[in-house]
Write a protein that binds this ligand. Structure first.
Ligand SMILES: [Zn+2]
Length: 280
């Protein structure tokens, strides 16, 4: 190993936050809290164990994902309801906010729109913080469990990974075969999942989710959303996924409409202002 003489000095350089969160357009959280107080429930969808369901949330409405029956992790995909090419961008959300998200963070959409699709307005697991292993909940670092990685590592055909669950649910919603829906499925927000990177080897880890029935994650839809939620076959992800061995539970999605006029000072976010000429 060619360790340079100033190795320690180079390592000691202090990190700089890539994207200071203060530079982002800030959501009016107080307005959302007030609007939520008088919002009424207009719809609900139950995602069964080891399966997924789609749901729709009009712009300016709220949706809540709740643990029911037992600890369960959910894999969430979001699309612009009117244009599926605009979809949740997990990597940029991670870069702009953090590896794990909670109240006040926003879920950003893909290029070229790059705008907030949703803002997190409630999280009953916000007390968890970071544990001694560096684990935390609601991550944007994982991708989604999928049958390809499963086949690569273990062989065989397993059809109830989150990737396949989301694909089937979207295919049913669009009325198209799974192969047509599959390219729309993307990296997820891992709702309720407790994850991190090991300090020594930097490997992605998961551990039993602290979620309990009644816990929820709630968001405000900044644009018209189509969502899909998969109940991960890993259950609470305490042991393994991509198999039928874990105890799995449903997850409930509820949609709430604000009272008329409650959001009169809110305007939906515009698509990104870059002109797309790329210097040519
Ligand atoms: Zn999964």
């Amino acid at each position: 190993m060619n360790t340079p003489p100033d190795a320690e000095a180079r390592r000691a350089v202090k990190p700089v936050i890539c994207y200071p969160v203060e530079s982002l357009p800030q959501p009016d959280m107080a307005l959302y809290v007030t609007a939520r107080e008088t919002a009424r429930k207009i719809d609900e969808v139950l995602a069964p164990p080891r399966d997924a369901r789609t749901f729709s949330v009009p712009a300016g409405h709220f949706f809540r994902i709740t643990s029911v029956e037992g600890p369960q992790v959910g894999d969430l995909n979001l699309w612009n309801a009117g244009d599926l090419s605009e979809r949740f961008y997990s990597g940029k959300t991670r870069a702009l906010h953090a590896t794990h998200v909670s109240t006040g963070a926003r879920l950003w959409s893909s290029f070229p729109a790059l705008r907030p699709m949703a803002t997190i307005t409630g999280d009953t697991l916000d007390w968890y913080g970071k544990d001694e292993f560096g684990g935390s909940v609601h991550d944007v670092i994982g991708t989604r469990c999928d049958p390809y990685t499963h086949n690569l590592l273990k062989g065989g055909q397993y059809h109830h990974c989150c990737h396949s669950n989301l694909t089937r649910a979207l295919a049913a919603h669009l009325g198209v075969p799974p192969v047509e829906a599959e390219p729309h499925v993307h990296d997820v927000l891992n709702v309720f999942m407790c994850t991190g990177f090991t300090r020594d080897t930097g490997q992605y880890f998961m551990k039993a989710s602290p979620v309990r029935p009644g816990d929820y994650l709630e968001m405000f839809a900044e644009i018209d959303l189509l969502g899909a939620l998969s109940t991960c076959p890993g259950g609470d992800c305490s042991a393994e996924h991509s198999s039928d061995s874990a105890a799995c539970h449903p997850l409930l999605v509820e949609v709430f409409a604000p009272e008329k006029g409650a959001l009169s000072s809110w305007t939906p976010p515009l698509r990104n202002g870059y002109d797309r000429s790329h210097g040519s």
